[in-house]
Write a protein that binds this ligand. Structure first.
Ligand SMILES: [Fe+2]
Length: 390
């Protein structure tokens, strides 16, 4: 049983121990995590604007308001292998495509969204992510260029699920966050196509219209019965910046919810890695570098670093060249050694020929094999999907 519990900040008391796993603690102005022994510290924490903190009940007082946090920040062992989960994940992804496709049609016709089916989809995504997060995560890397909005919505949902699971959120929060992430850009459906897909720079007027997608999205969600506050905050805040200056409201870290902060990270990650009609997608490795450069200004610093740890340096589905001259696909990241995942090799670069698939565990140092570099699968005309599903 975990000793880490989530508690609303308003119920924190003297004698509790603030865990280092608390997201966003630095914004409270506290210098360190630990036992709350002074009234001033308690007052500072309560005035910080942080909605909830994690306490460690092994090291301090417990509370009746708290909920246990399962395995926060610990890379959980998957319940099923990637191959076992693949089929279900593939089905969920297919269902997601058709459901989001229908939402696009409905919103175009001015209809409200039926939240029920989106919640069911979010539930199935949660099941898959909890069984083996890498299956859906890998599917999210395989995209078709012309279906950006549809695929982006699904992928942000998947990334949100994977990230919240990593942070140790309970099932209900995970579910609401995934629902909100699937719907975060729903307002873009109301933005004219020529603005949404414009290759060149947007004019000032076009930019105003583009930014309006957040307000349009909120409008659509508010009309939709049963939408949660978590989902709404994800839609409303995914373009806000922790230092202020984002849109539509220009609020800063104190007013942006943790869910809003998580959403802006996964949204930017997916947008940068995506291939668009007017730009090439960047590698996950390069994208992590860009996210780090945005940390503290646009994005919450602590959460960005958590996300980088969660996704690993070479996420599942990355095509890599190994020091033994083989080409392979990352199939399982390592919990503690992000540069030493399991790789399925299938091509001999020296002989320029395919060979039987083989799983190489780079964390086995006796093999003496490491990753030399990551490759662009599309440029090499390699279908990563073919090597993941078996
Ligand atoms: Fe957006």
């Amino acid at each position: 049983m975990t000793s880490i519990h989530r508690i609303p900040t308003g119920h924190v008391e003297l004698g509790m121990f603030v865990s280092e796993q608390t997201p966003n603690l630095e914004q409270s102005g506290l210098n360190s995590r630990g036992l709350i022994s002074r009234k001033e510290t308690l007052a500072k924490l309560k005035a910080s604007g942080i909605a909830e903190i994690y306490i460690d009940t092994n090291r301090g007082k417990a509370s009746s308001y708290s909920e246990p946090v399962q395995s926060a920040n610990v890379a959980q062992k998957p319940e099923l292998s990637l191959a076992e989960e693949w089929q279900r994940a593939d089905k969920v992804y297919g269902e997601a495509r058709s459901l989001v496709g229908n939402i696009v049609k409905d919103v175009k016709m001015g209809k409200a969204i039926e939240v029920g089916p989106v919640e069911e989809l979010a539930d199935e995504m949660c099941n898959s992510v909890l069984a083996n997060a890498n299956a859906l995560l890998c599917l999210s890397q395989i995209r078709e260029k012309d279906q950006y909005l549809l695929e982006h919505s699904i992928n942000v949902g998947i990334l949100m699920g994977v990230f919240c699971r990593y942070l140790g959120y309970e099932r209900e929060q995970l579910h609401q966050a995934v629902t909100g992430a699937i719907l975060h850009d729903v307002g873009k459906i109301r933005v004219p196509y020529h603005i949404l897909n414009k290759e060149g720079k947007l004019t000032d007027d076009e930019w105003v219209e583009m930014r309006n997608h957040v307000l349009y999205g909120e409008e659509v969600l508010l009309k939709s019965e049963g939408i949660s506050d978590i989902a709404l905050s994800i839609c409303a805040q995914h373009h806000e910046k922790v230092a202020g200056g984002g849109y539509p409201r220009g609020i800063d870290h104190a007013q942006i919810t943790t869910y809003g902060k998580l959403a802006s990270i996964v949204d930017i990650y997916d947008a940068i890695t995506a291939e668009r009609c007017y730009k090439k997608g960047k590698s996950p490795f390069e994208t992590m570098r860009i996210l780090s450069s945005l940390a503290g200004d646009s994005l919450d610093k602590a959460l960005v670093y958590q996300f980088i740890r969660c996704m690993s340096v070479y996420p599942v589905g990355t095509l890599v060249q190994l020091s033994n001259g083989r080409l392979g696909v990352v199939v399982q990241p390592h919990d503690r050694q992000p540069d030493r995942p399991q790789v399925k090799t299938f091509f001999n670069l020296k002989l320029r020929q395919y060979e039987a698939d083989r799983i190489v565990d780079l964390s086995n140092l006796e093999l003496g094999i490491k990753i030399v570099k990551a490759h662009d699968a599309e440029a090499l005309k390699i279908k990563v999907r073919d090597y993941i599903s078996l």
